[in-house]
Design a protein around this ligand. Structure first.
Ligand SMILES: [Zn+2]
Length: 215
């Protein structure tokens, strides 16, 4: 994959958005999808589209279920006291999200690293934290920061680094139609921000075998 397609987007300001306690209203969603089909010039009554409003409403509910997940509940019983103080890395976590500007998918991989401070989190919980924030309407920058800040605060870690590499269908299918552009965002907190050595070690460890080196 062409390296020149890589865009760095870590500088932009991110909006702070929390979860929602309001459940998805499937009925409203379904009738809106019917309206949308009409507005697009389609015939919602034709065979192929008969169940489309129901399917789309369900799919949207699934893809935004992260609004209704509670991080504390997710981490309950999964934090372990430990004397280990070397870097922990979980890389190549696949994710799928929806861009909040076009409601089109963006997807890719997340790499996470942290320096424990007397406790670690069960490794399987990290992809679930990623899913919790990815399954919402998002911008890549905010997704990156939310994962990093959640880990930093819940683990009280000495430092956290998060790198997200993603392809955006709103760029690939419309507008600039750039098929190979990979947007890269990062969030470095604590030691990952203040100590260049720590940051470099993290970046070196996630680099091998990541998206972009595979072909
Ligand atoms: Zn978009």
């Amino acid at each position: 994959m062409a390296k020149q397609g890589v865009k760095r987007r870590s500088q932009r300001q991110v909006e702070d958005v929390n979860g929602s306690s309001r459940p998805v209203d499937q009925n409203v969603l379904q009738s809106l999808v019917t309206e949308m089909l009409l507005a697009l010039g389609e015939k919602p009554g034709r065979n192929g589209l008969l169940k489309t409003p129901e399917r789309v409403a369900k799919a949207l509910g699934f893809m935004t279920q992260g609004y209704h997940r509670d991080i504390d509940q997710l981490l309950n019983g999964a934090l372990f006291p430990i004397e280990y103080d070397e870097m922990v890395i979980v890389k190549d976590i696949d994710f799928f999200s929806l861009c909040e500007h076009h409601l089109l998918p963006f997807y890719g991989r997340v790499h996470v690293g942290y320096l424990p401070n007397k406790k670690v989190v069960g490794l399987s919980k990290i992809p679930r934290i990623v899913d919790t924030f990815a399954r919402r309407l998002q911008v890549q920058e905010r997704l990156t920061v939310q994962i990093a800040e959640t880990l930093k605060s819940k683990l009280n870690a000495h430092g956290v680094g998060v790198v997200v590499e993603a392809r955006h269908l709103c760029m690939m299918m419309r507008g600039v139609e750039k098929q190979n552009t990979l947007a890269v965002t990062s969030s470095m907190l604590g030691a990952f921000r203040s100590q260049p050595q720590t940051r470099l070690e993290f970046l070196k460890l996630i680099r091998r075998g990541s998206v972009g080196d595979s072909d």
